[in-house]
Design a protein around this ligand. Structure first.
Ligand code: FAD
Length: 354
């Protein structure tokens, strides 16, 4: 096994780049991170919900990915234990609660039918989120899920990486130019790579952030609605992040009136106190996505450029595992998830041609 320290460049300081840098630093490599937008950058990661909710993806992802997500939660928990005191790093593993209006109960039942045994249980809402119990007497509780506050998490990660000797360069970079200077270049540019990776597309997500002092939630709550599925993630000081739309577009990161209305009316249907909530922010981000909405690690033939992209709506949920897979690959070690993530760059074209 090759345990020699390598000189490695990371391009992109979203959650993929930061988690990969973290994993590589742990292995003793020399790291330089490039991003023109700063550290942390105001990117798709910075404005994400921060839900670490692999089980909630059970209808959309193969089971191995759910396993990868649960492993990532364990890595976040380990990070929180070691670095939790800085910059309000805000990680909680209190599970998540899925609710449905009476007329939509079948959606919850259909979802529950996909869950592996022991992963979710119908629970009286008053035991978990008493303020919602009147309208929703019972919910489906997924105790293993977690949530994180993205902005403080990224501040904490950047501070830690700087303190341990990683070099930050606020510049745009190009993998094919940098690869002559480094042993490896890890390309984590998100949508910044879309111009040369034709499989990559943008999926817009719009969110609303509100303050509601009349309601207390301890964990993310999902409203299983046929037209406007919604999640609400609690942040400190009665602030709630409500998201997110899923729109096939990377044209602009602006929020439409229609999306704002849909998000807010679904929110109001969850609890009437939201009618008096203060709107703090309305914004949108573009999720870097491949056709199957699953992330990929692509390794160039000479092993020099490693591309990690397509995190779609799973950046926080899967980046710790992506980072670990890259670090293990460079070390020449084994990682069960690497085969799941590894893709040939032109695989999609080949599949279509076949
Ligand atoms: C509304 C919304 C809600 C979300 N909620 C969740 C959630 O609850 N849980 C979850 O797990 N995920 C969530 N996501 C998904 C998550 O945000 C993305 O999967 C994640 O941001 C992708 O991270 P990334 O690092 O690959 O890309 P990005 O965060 O976009 O970072 C890419 C970085 O690369 C930089 N870059 C680009 N080109 C260059 C270049 N040439 N040189 C140097 N740097 C470059 C950019 O400046 C940027 O900083 C959400 C996304 C959205 C939009």
């Amino acid at each position: 096994m090759n345990i020699k320290s390598q000189n490695i460049a990371i391009i992109g300081a979203g959650i993929t780049g930061l988690c990969t840098t973290y994993a590589l630093l742990k292995d003793g490599h020399t790291l330089t991170i490039y991003d023109p937008a700063g550290f942390p950058a105001d990117n798709a990661s910075f404005m994400a919900g921060g839900m670490l909710a692999p089980l909630a993806e059970i209808e959309h992802m193969p089971h191995e990915w759910i396993e990868a997500g649960l492993n990532s939660i364990a890595l976040w928990a380990e990070f929180a234990q070691q670095h939790g005191q800085t910059k309000g790093f805000d990680f909680h593993q209190k599970g998540s609660l899925l609710l449905a209006h009476d007329e939509d109960r079948h959606i919850l039942q259909r979802f529950a039918a996909h869950l592996p045994a022991g992963k979710g249980e119908y629970t009286p809402t008053k035991e978990l989120e008493p303020t919602l119990a009147e309208k929703f007497p019972q919910g489906l509780y997924l105790p293993e899920e977690a949530h994180i506050n993205p902005a403080p998490a990224m501040h904490t990660l950047c501070d830690y990486l700087k303190s341990t000797g990683a070099t930050f360069i606020q510049e745009k970079a190009d993998p094919s130019t940098l690869n002559a200077q480094y042993d490896h270049v890890i390309d984590c540019r998100g949508m910044g790579a879309a111009w040369e990776d034709k499989n990559l597309r943008g999926v817009k997500g719009e969110i609303v952030i509100v303050r509601n002092t009349e309601l207390t939630l301890s964990r993310p709550v999902r409203l299983m609605h046929p037209r406007y599925p919604l999640y609400i993630v609690p942040r400190p000081n009665h602030v709630y992040m409500i998201g997110a739309t899923i729109i096939e577009s990377s044209d602009s990161a602006t929020v439409s009136v229609r999306s704002g209305l849909e998000l807010l009316s679904a929110l109001y249907s969850l609890h009437s106190s939201f009618s008096e909530a203060e709107i703090i922010e309305v914004k949108a981000g573009i999720r870097p996505s491949y056709p199957d909405n699953l992330p990929r690690i692509e390794i160039s033939k000479n092993d020099n450029i490693i591309r990690c992209n397509g995190l779609f709506r799973h950046g926080f949920m899967l980046s710790p595992i992506i980072g670990r897979c890259v670090a293990d690959h460079i070390k020449g070690g084994q990682n069960n998830f690497l085969n799941l993530l590894k893709r040939d760059r032109n695989e999609h074209h080949h599949q279509r041609a076949a």
